[in-house]
Design a protein around this ligand. Structure first.
Ligand code: ADP
Length: 308
């Protein structure tokens, strides 16, 4: 049956991801007026190993993130997303280019950047409260009482007040990540770097956490660079999305997400959301590649016993 005789097979008309409602354009104009917090220019990173040509993980990557912007980084596996997060965190040396945070070169880790990883990184032997207090007392030079007061405030921001005395193993995965966010934010970083922080959570908890993250971001003066490979997550969270190509990792596009804020789960079915999602899909999973992934057909059932 052709698309003409079978309406279900006709391609859906998808609106353009470039169409922006007036309030969305006005918001982007305001974002561009804000100071640049992170400026990455021609950033390159190669990994060399003996007897093999070097792997170019990132090749002359340039982009800027403005104050209180939430930018997601997306791209196929191996495009250098985690490498980018590690470079901005100062955990790896770059091979070329420049990274400025608040106009100052990044040369290593610093308290101006907080990290939240996919794997849970809370100290298992400390309560949630003490985990958040740790950096404040040890690195921040606060007294015990000051650190406790501050940490309790951050636990309230992330909705974990009732779990202050719990140990990490007593928390769900989503709560652990909220505690990790509280711990990172308590050190008052300029920027939060999140590398697939929700990747280990089940789908429902992940949706809840995305909503929590947006609520926290709205209340706190923080700029976020969020690594993900989940297209819906990128559209739901981002102001703009940095899309990388793989091998070598290069900037494919920096896309403005035309979905109005505040975001809600109902918007997943809105034309602007579908348009943005569809554009990402086209860039990251082009149809030709999908077709190439088709499996050869070996018939293992009797003719007539069809499931479709
Ligand atoms: P992504 O997070 O997008 O999946 P990565 O940043 O992990 O990508 O990796 C980008 C490329 O760099 C890949 O080809 C990967 O194999 C390579 N790479 C990453 N880390 C190392 C390393 N420590 N040594 C050698 N190659 C690495």
């Amino acid at each position: 049956m052709s698309a003409e005789t079978n309406p279900a097979a006709a391609p859906l008309a998808v609106p353009s991801y470039l169409d922006q409602a007036p309030e969305v354009s006005a918001r982007f104009a305001r974002i561009k007026q804000r100071p640049v917090i992170l400026e990455v220019t021609e950033l390159s990173k190669s990994f060399s190993s003996p007897n093999r040509p070097p792997t170019v993980a990132l090749d002359r990557v340039s982009f800027q993130v403005h104050r209180r912007e939430l930018m997601c980084v997306i791209g196929p596996s191996g495009c250098g997303k985690s490498t980018l997060a590690r470079l901005v965190a100062g955990l790896e040396p770059m091979t070329g280019g420049e990274m400025l945070l608040d106009g100052k070169p990044i040369h290593g880790p610093g308290p101006d950047r907080g990290m939240v990883f996919q794997s849970y990184t809370l100290f298992p032997w400390l309560t949630v409260l003490k985990n958040v207090m740790f950096g404040l007392e040890v690195g921040g030079g606060m007294s015990h009482a000051e650190a406790e007061q501050d940490a309790r405030m951050w636990l309230e921001v992330v909705g974990l007040t009732k779990f202050a005395q719990a140990y990490p193993h007593q928390l769900s995965g989503g709560m652990k990540q909220r505690a990790a966010i509280a711990r990172a934010l308590a050190n008052r970083p300029r920027m939060l770097l999140m590398d697939e922080p929700l990747g280990a959570l089940d789908a429902q908890t992940r949706c809840q956490m995305q909503s929590y993250l947006l609520q926290i971001w709205r209340q706190v003066d923080i700029t976020i660079l969020f690594i993900t490979h989940d297209l819906d997550e990128a559209v739901y969270l981002s102001d703009r999305i940095l899309i990388l190509d793989a091998h070598p990792g290069r900037v494919r596009e920096v896309m403005e997400v035309a979905v109005p804020r505040p975001r809600s789960a109902e918007q997943f079915l809105s034309p602007a959301f579908i348009a943005a999602r569809h554009h990402l899909e086209e860039l990251i999973h082009p149809r030709a590649a999908q077709a190439a992934d088709k499996l050869p057909v070996f018939r293992m059932t009797v003719v007539g016993d069809e499931v479709e």
